[in-house]
Design a protein. Structure first.
Length: 100
């Protein structure tokens, strides 16, 4: 990893409870598989607006509201699809130079 710190990642849903927690766990698994050190938090859209993450992950209806919040915004449709999220993370983190 090219960063000298952990990535800050937000798993976002409408109210910051059930779906964002599932997404957080899926993201942690995907990041572990990629060998990426990151702190993943789950939150709701309103709280996310006051944060400065490196990556935001969530459903399109939520990520579109906070698209300018982070350098990387990833839209998912299946919160449990670890392989799909891992693929998106690999591509986007490599684009940023955060993953070699």
């Amino acid at each position: 990893m090219a960063l000298d710190r952990q990535l800050e990642i937000l798993a976002v849903c409408g109210v910051g409870m059930g779906t964002s927690l599932m997404l957080k766990m899926t993201a942690e698994d995907a990041l572990r598989s990629l060998g990426v050190e990151a702190r993943v938090e789950n939150t709701d859209v309103s709280s996310a607006r006051g944060m400065t993450p490196d990556v935001v992950i969530g459903q399109g209806m939520h990520t579109s509201e906070i698209a300018d919040l982070a350098p990387v915004v990833i839209t998912v449709s299946d919160f449990m699809d670890k392989e799909g999220l891992e693929s998106q993370l690999r591509e986007r983190l490599t684009e940023q130079g955060w993953l070699k």
